[in-house]
Ligand binder design. Sequence first.
Ligand code: SF4
Length: 333
Amino acid sequence: MRYLLEIENLKVQYLTKQGAVHALDGVNLYLKPGEILGVAGETGSGKTTLALSILRLLPRNARIIDGKIIFDNINLLSLPIERMQTIRQERISLILQGTSKGLHPVIPSGWQVGEAIEYHEGLPPEEILESIRNIFREVELGTRAIISLPDELSVGMRQKVKIALAISTKPDLIIADEPFVGLDPPMQLLMVFLLKKLYEKYGFSMLIMSHNLGRMAEICDHMAIIYAGETLEYNTTYNVFNQPIHPYTKGLIGAIPRLKHIKRRLISMPGSPPSALNPPKGCKFWPRCPYAKDLCKEKRPPLVYVNGGLVACHFADELKDLSPWDFWGQETI
Ligand code: SF4
């Protein structure tokens, strides 16, 4: 098996009173077994829709209109719902965005993890309790947290309970939607260490959706940059950070404070993401791109291979060697 998860040209629309909202409009992702892939994008770029699409948990007013989601050589979009439920329960876990989402407010945290263990392992009650204790130890929570309701725990502890739930079924893939949101920087760092430790011990693959590029750099092997529901760049984390090619990726990387660029001003891209109701024709980034030509306004750029990765820009070859500051023309301090 070359990839554990392969997503090709995924398109999802939400039907609203105002019309069809193009939440995903051509997402391509590739995750090898045992890898951590980061999906980076601004709020509203389609990260949560992507997570819900993989598990086929989209709301009723959403529909997948094109594309493939291949997991372990199975096209998830063509599976009967009963088999899909088994995949959700046994092979793919989802850590929902928001520190309380995904937790029942009036069931003690340990019991919620115990239910998942009981379903998955079919153990007798006394062994389930021992398994709960072990998992809580793994996620660095004390035994008191087992009998606590989620609201009695701190934000970081609740996030750890969600991680405990995610690993309790020993899945092949964990999807974490914004796992660092709502946490302060030291707690974010602890979460990175915890996820890495569990990843090394259990050997699952991970798909991390986040807008926090700094944290993703610390944990992801590959990264995909998505914008307005579309993959604009996919490469190793090293290449994305050291040789970003797409103008949008260059803007994102140039906006991160880094000691080695202390004399550079942080890049601030003009404009804002386009409306998902009425996206621009051609390249969706052209209204913000200083390099946009007539071709960009007419024709959507396909994903092409450049520098070992994929980039959706008509001028990727011309732009690939420009640093973020050379491209965006921001002067030094
Ligand atoms: Fe800019 Fe054109 Fe490339 Fe889009 S295709 S990012 S508008 S240069």
